[in-house]
Write a protein that binds this ligand. Structure first.
Ligand SMILES: [Zn+2]
Length: 125
């Protein structure tokens, strides 16, 4: 093994370790799924997580509906007009907030279709 091969091997190991440390780990007992839109790849280990990650995939396939001003405005209006949805929406994570709301609403849309707010149905049909 020459010097350049050794450097390449060390670099590959470093990148692999960083990737392992920075990405959700399916074996950590907390994370049940993840979607890597750059790779167009998702994994999940529970039915709930599989539907949630499918929601992220649908969101991406449709050009990130969750990031559109129309969707975000609908969420803000829902929050301001419904006390029951207000606390649910306030519980959404700050990171990728609207993407996570979209995926969670997709779960509701599929599992309890009568529960999803009528003004959001069009984003999931
Ligand atoms: Zn998510």
């Amino acid at each position: 093994m020459n010097r350049q091969m050794k450097i390449s091997l060390i670099l590959c190991c470093f990148i692999l370790i960083v990737a392992i440390l920075l990405t959700p780990n399916p074996f950590d007992g907390k994370t049940a799924g993840a979607f890597y839109y750059q790779l167009d790849f998702a994994w999940c280990i529970t039915p709930y997580a599989c539907v949630h990650e499918a929601g992220h995939m649908l969101d991406e396939e449709r050009g990130w509906t969750s990031e559109s001003s129309e969707y975000q405005m609908a969420i803000v209006n829902l929050r301001n007009s419904s006390i029951e949805w207000q606390s649910w929406l306030d519980g959404a994570p700050d990171k990728n907030k609207y993407q996570e709301i979209y995926a969670e609403m997709y779960y509701i849309y599929l599992t309890s279709p009568n529960t999803i707010p009528r003004e959001l149905e069009k984003f999931y049909q």
